[in-house]
Design a protein around this ligand. Structure first.
Ligand code: SF4
Ligand code: SF4
Length: 167
C-alpha cells in the first residue's frame, strides 16, 4: 500500500529536541501507540502491556498511560525512559512533527506539521532530507498499522482481543 506523507508548515532548518527548556511539552499529550510499538516496549523493557497501555475509543485504540498529566515513561528530569533502549513509539520518533490528520482515498494521506513554539528550532544539526525521509517512513508504518487495526475493528474484534492476538 502506498501512503503519501504531506508535510505542512514552514520547513525546519536546524533542530534539536531541547526537552529541558519546554519541560518535554510533547510528552504531556495523549500518545497513541501501535501494536508494533507495544511489542517493542514489552521486549525491551520487560514490562507487561497493562503496565503502560490504556485502551481508548480512538481509531488507534492504544495510548501510553499518563501520570500527573504526562507520559508514564517521562522521568522527573524530562528524559524519556525508552530513549536509550531505542524503544520509543513511532509518533515519538517523528518529533518535532506531529500528526495532523489522515485522509483516505485511493491511497491514504498522512498530514504532519512541525509542533508550534518548539524551542529546539534553530538549535542543533541541520535538519536534512534524510531525517525527513526517515520521519516519512515512520509515518507510513503508522498508517499501515492503523489500516490493519481498522480491519480488526471492522470484524468486531475488541482492542483487548487484538492485543492478545498480536502479542
Ligand atoms: S520537539 Fe520541541 S516542543 Fe517537543 S519536546 Fe522536543 S523541544 Fe519540546
Ligand atoms: S514515550 Fe518517551 S518520548 Fe514518547 S511521550 Fe513518552 S516520554 Fe515522551
Amino acid at each position: 500500500m502506498n501512503v503519501v506523507i504531506v508535510v505542512l508548515g514552514k520547513p525546519v532548518k536546524n533542530w534539536k529536541c531541547t526537552y529541558e527548556v519546554c519541560e518535554a511539552s510533547c510528552c504531556k499529550i495523549q500518545r497513541e501507540v501501535t501494536i508494533s510499538d507495544i511489542k517493542r516496549i514489552v521486549e525491551l523493557t520487560g514490562k507487561k502491556p497493562g503496565d503502560f497501555i490504556s485502551i481508548t475509543s480512538g481509531y488507534m485504540p492504544y495510548a501510553l498511560k499518563r501520570k500527573d498529566g504526562r507520559c508514564v515513561f517521562l522521568r522527573n528530569n524530562y528524559q524519556c525512559d525508552l530513549h536509550d533502549l531505542e524503544a520509543k513509539p513511532i509518533l515519538c520518533k517523528m518529533y518535532p512533527f506531529m500528526l495532523q490528520k489522515i485522509a483516505y482515498g485511493d491511497e491514504p494521506i498522512m498530514f504532519i506539521k512541525p509542533v508550534a513554539d518548539c524551542p529546539g528550532y534553530g538549535e542543533g544539526p541541520l535538519f536534512t532530507e534524510e531525517i525527513l525521509s526517515d520521519i516519512r517512513k515512520q509515518g507510513q508504518t503508522y498508517v499501515i498499522e492503523l489500516r490493519k487495526m481498522a480491519g480488526y475493528r471492522n470484524q468486531g474484534i475488541k482492542p483487548e482481543e487484538i492485543m492478545q492476538k498480536e502479542l
